[in-house]
Write a protein that binds this ligand. Structure first.
Ligand code: ADP
Ligand code: MG
Length: 723
C-alpha cells in the first residue's frame, strides 16, 4: 500500500476563511433554550412555575408543559429544526438520541408542526438495545425518557440536519435507572440534604440547597484524518495496538503550553465557537505534555449541567475535527510510551447562594464549616477509595493508571503543607477552636496561592486539594464524569451525616468546641490517606501498602468494590442506586471490559496477519533475492553475514508474531466458555493482556527493520508530528 506522503498531509491548505468575527458574548448560548429565552418566550406565570420546578423539584402540570413545549417548538423551528430528540446517556457512556419530526398530518397531503407537553416530558425509546446489566430481564423490557428541566434543551446541527435535543433521564417502566444521569441527580439530592443539615447544625441559617460543582479538564489528541483511517486499531478501538515509540517523544518538553500550531488553533476556534453557541463555557485551551495532545478546560458549572456539557464537548471535539480533516482521539492511551489522556475532574460543593463550601472563609464560623467539609471529603475518600477507584475503572483507563505519568490506582489525597500542618496541629490539640489565629489565617492569608504552588509541584496526586476545590485526576479522558461524581457526592453525604452525628453526640459543649473535638479524633483515624509526596514512586506504593490503602491495579479486580455489602448498603441508603441497579452497573462495566479487550484482540490479529506479516515477508523476499543475487555477482568471498542476520531476525520475528497471535486467540477462545463474567474478565486480564504486550514488542521491532515504504501503517512519528 502506498503511504500518504507526509508532505501531502502538510501541504494541504487548512486555512479557514471567516466571513466576519462577532464577539462571543453576542452569540453565546444562542442554540440553547436557556432561562433567558424562557423568560422572553413564556408568560410570566409559566416562567415562575418552571423556575419553581427546577429549584424545588416540583412536578409540572400538563398545561404548563404544553405551553413550554409550544414555545420550545416555535424557537426550534426558527433555528431550522425539523426534528426533536430526547437526548439521554445510556450505560454505554456516550449519548443517545432518537429523532422524531415535528410534523403531524392534518389531512391527506397536509401536515403542521406540532409538539405537545406530553412529547416534551416523556419519550419511549426502545430500551432493549441498551445495556441494562440484567435489569430488563428482571423487570420490564420497556424504558422511557423523562425531561430534565435543569439542563437546557439545545440545537444540534449535523450536516444540513438540525434537531432540537432535550436532555432527559432514561428509566425503566418500573423506575430503575438505565442511564448515567439518574443516579447523578439522585446523588445531588443526597449530598444536598446532608450538607444543608450539617450547615444548620453549625449555625448557618437560610441555606436551602447545596449542589456539587464540576470543572472537567478534557485532554485529547488530534492527528491527521488520513493517518487515522489507515489504522484499524484507532478506528475500531481508539488505541494503537502496535507501533514503536518515535525517536523524539516528549522529552524536550517543548509541547506543554507551547505555541499552538495554525491548523490546531483554527480547529480550536471552530470547535469552541460551536461550544459557545451551545452555552458551554469553554475557557482555557493549551498544548498538553505529549506531542499532538491538547486540553480544554471549561468554567465550572452545577454538576448536572457540567456532565451534559462534557458529553457535548466530547461530541463536538470529534465532529468538528472531521471538518478539519483531523481525527480527535479521546482514548486514555492512544499511543503506548507517550503520555495518555485524563480528565481532571474539579469538584466542590456550593450552597444556593453560590458560596463555595470548600473555600476557606474569612471568619471563624466560615472556617469551621470549611474544616467540616474538608474532613468529610477526606474521610469519604479514605473510607471508600475502593468505590472511587472502581468508578473510573475501564479497559482503556488501565493503560494509563499507574503508568508513571498518571496517578496510580492508589487513591491518596494531597492537601499541601499548610493545610497538613493545620490538621496536625488540630490533631495534637494545639488548636482547639476557631478563634485561634492560625485558623482565621486560613481564610485571610494566601492559602489558595500557596496551594496552587503546591499543586504545580505535585501533579502526581490522584486527589488533590487545590485551594478551594478537589481535583480528582484519575478519571479517564473518554469517560462520562457522571458516575465518579455520583460516587463522590454519595460518599461525602455519608461522611457529612457521620460527622453531624458525632458533633451532636458531644452534647452540651458549644458547637465550635464540639467540632474541634470531633475533628481531632477523626484526623487520627483517616490521616493514612493523606500523602503530599510523589505518587509515582515505588516507595509510595510500599508505604501505601503498609498503611492499608487499597491498590487495585486492574479494572476487573477494582470493579468488585461496587458489589461489596458496604457499597450496596451505602448507595441504597442514600437512594442513589438500589442493589439491583448497582449490581447491574457492575455487570455492565465488567462486560464492557471484556468486549473492549476482545475487540483489541481481533484488531491485533487482523493487523498481524493481513498487514504486518505480509509486509515482513515482502521485505524478506526482496532481501533474500538481493543476497542471492549479490552473492552470484560477487562470489562467496564477500561477507553477507549482516544481511543474513537481518533476514534471519525477520523470519524469527514473523514466527514469533504468528505463534503469539495464535496463542492469544486460543486463550480468548478457552475463556469464552467461562460463564462467570468476573472470572472471565480476570482471566483475560491476567492471561491475555501480557501476551498482547509481548506480541506488540515483536511487531514494533519488525517495524524498525522492514523497509519504510513497505510498512502498511502510519508510524507514531508521522501521526504525532505531522499535522
Ligand atoms: P488549576 O487547575 O490550575 O487550579 P483553575 O483554578 O483555573 O486551574 O481550575 C481548573 C478547573 O477547575 C476549571 O475548569 C475551573 O472552572 C474548575 N474550578 C474552579 N473552581 C471550581 C469549583 N468551585 N468547583 C468545581 N470546579 C472548579
Ligand atoms: Mg488543573
Amino acid at each position: 500500500m502506498k503511504k500518504t506522503c507526509p508532505v501531502i498531509a502538510s501541504e494541504r491548505s487548512y486555512v479557514i476563511e471567516k466571513e466576519k468575527f462577532v464577539p462571543v458574548s453576542e452569540y453565546y448560548g444562542e442554540d440553547t433554550f436557556n432561562l433567558k429565552v424562557l423568560k422572553v418566550k413564556l408568560p410570566r406565570e409559566t416562567y415562575k412555575k418552571i423556575i419553581e420546578a427546577i429549584n424545588e423539584g416540583t412536578v409540572l402540570d400538563i398545561e404548563t408543559a404544553n405551553i413550554v413545549a409550544h414555545a420550545m417548538k416555535e424557537w426550534a423551528l426558527g433555528k431550522g429544526a425539523t426534528h426533536f430528540a430526547h437526548w439521554f446517556q445510556p450505560m454505554t457512556g456516550i449519548t443517545a438520541e432518537k429523532h422524531d419530526a415535528f410534523i403531524d398530518p392534518i389531512g391527506i397531503g397536509e401536515v403542521i408542526e406540532r409538539f405537545s407537553g406530553k412529547q416534551l416530558v416523556q419519550g419511549e425509546p426502545d430500551a432493549s438495545s441498551f445495556p441494562s446489566g440484567g435489569i430488563r430481564s428482571t423487570f420490564e423490557a420497556r424504558g422511557y425518557t423523562a425531561w430534565d428541566m435543569s439542563s437546557p434543551a439545545f440545537i444540534r446541527r449535523n450536516g444540513i440536519s438540525t434537531t432540537l435535543c432535550i436532555p432527559t433521564a432514561f428509566i425503566s417502566y418500573t423506575g430503575e435507572a438505565l442511564d448515567k444521569k439518574t443516579p447523578l441527580l439522585r446523588s445531588n439530592k443526597a449530598v444536598s440534604k446532608s450538607a444543608v443539615s450539617i450547615m444548620n447544625l453549625l449555625g448557618s441559617k437560610g441555606v436551602k440547597r447545596v449542589y456539587s460543582t464540576l470543572g472537567p479538564e478534557q485532554e485529547y489528541f488530534l492527528i491527521d484524518a488520513d493517518y487515522f483511517f489507515k489504522r484499524q486499531d484507532l478506528v475500531l478501538g481508539g488505541r494503537t495496538v502496535v507501533g514503536a515509540p518515535p525517536a523524539k517523544g516528549q522529552e524536550l518538553e517543548d509541547q506543554y503550553f507551547g505555541s499552538i500550531k495554525e491548523r490546531i488553533a483554527s480547529y480550536m476556534h471552530d470547535m469552541e465557537e460551536e461550544l459557545f453557541k451551545l452555552g458551554v463555557p469553554a475557557k482555557t485551551r493549551h498544548n498538553e505534555v505529549a506531542p499532538s495532545q491538547f486540553e480544554l478546560a471549561p468554567v465550572f458549572e452545577e454538576a448536572n449541567v457540567a456532565v451534559d456539557h462534557n458529553q457535548i464537548v466530547m461530541d463536538t471535539m470529534q465532529s468538528v475535527a472531521k471538518k478539519h480533516h483531523l481525527a480527535c482521539l479521546l482514548h486514555e492511551k492512544p499511543f503506548a510510551g507517550i503520555n495518555g489522556s485524563g480528565k481532571h475532574l474539579n469538584w466542590s460543593l456550593s450552597d444556593n447562594k453560590g458560596n463555595n463550601l470548600l473555600n476557606p472563609g474569612q471568619t471563624p464560623q466560615d472556617n469551621i464549616q470549611f474544616l467540616v467539609f474538608l474532613i468529610a471529603t477526606v474521610r469519604a475518600v479514605y473510607k471508600h477509595a475502593d468505590i472511587l477507584r472502581a468508578s473510573v475503572g475501564s479497559y482503556a483507563n488501565d493503560h494509563r493508571l499507574g503508568a508513571n505519568e498518571a496517578p496510580p490506582a492508589i487513591l491518596s489525597i494531597f492537601l499541601g503543607d499548610q493545610l497538613t500542618n493545620i490538621l496536625e496541629d488540630i490533631e495534637k490539640g494545639k488548636v482547639t477552636k476557631a478563634t485561634d489565629r492560625e485558623i482565621i489565617d486560613l481564610g485571610i492569608s494566601s492559602l489558595p496561592i500557596v496551594s496552587k504552588d503546591n499543586t504545580d509541584r505535585n501533579r502526581t496526586s490522584p486527589f488533590a486539594f487545590t485551594g478551594n476545590k478537589f481535583e480528582f485526576r484519575t478519571v479517564g479522558s473518554s469517560q462520562s464524569i457522571s458516575f465518579p461524581t455520583a460516587v463522590l457526592n454519595t460518599i461525602v453525604a455519608e461522611s457529612l451525616d457521620y460527622l453531624a452525628e458525632k458533633i451532636k453526640a458531644q452534647g452540651g459543649k458549644n458547637i465550635n468546641q464540639a467540632v474541634f473535638a470531633v475533628i481531632k479524633k477523626e484526623i487520627k483515624e483517616i490521616k493514612a490517606v493523606l500523602y503530599n509526596g510523589d505518587n509515582y514512586t515505588q516507595e509510595w506504593e510500599k508505604e501505601a501498602g503498609k498503611r492499608g490503602l487499597p491498590n487495585d491495579k486492574t479494572t476487573p479486580v477494582a470493579l468488585k468494590a461496587l458489589v461489596t455489602q458496604k457499597a450496596l448498603d451505602l448507595f441504597d441508603k442514600y437512594q442513589v442506586l438500589s442493589n439491583v441497579e448497582l449490581k447491574s452497573r457492575y455487570l455492565i462495566r465488567l462486560e464492557r471490559y471484556i468486549k473492549d479487550l476482545e475487540i483489541e484482540v481481533k484488531c491485533l490479529n487482523n493487523i498481524c496477519l493481513s498487514q504486518v506479516i505480509p509486509a515482513a515477508t515482502a521485505y524478506q523476499k526482496g532481501l533474500s533475492k538481493a543476497i542471492i543475487g549479490a552473492r552470484e555477482a560477487l562470489g562467496k568471498s564477500v561477507d553477507f553475514s549482516a544481511q543474513q542476520e537481518l533476514l534471519k531476525r525477520i523470519v524469527e520475528l514473523v514466527n514469533k508474531i504468528y505463534a503469539t497471535d495464535k496463542d492469544i486467540l486460543a486463550k480468548v477462545a478457552a475463556v469464552s466458555s467461562v460463564h462467570d463474567e468476573q472470572k472471565k474478565a480476570e482471566m483475560l486480564c491476567s492471561k491475555v493482556k501480557t501476551r498482547m504486550n509481548e506480541l506488540r514488542e515483536y511487531v514494533d521491532e519488525l517495524e524498525g527493520l522492514v523497509d519504510d515504504e513497505l510498512w502498511p501503517m502510519p508510524k507514531f512519528w508521522e501521526m504525532l508530528f505531522i499535522c
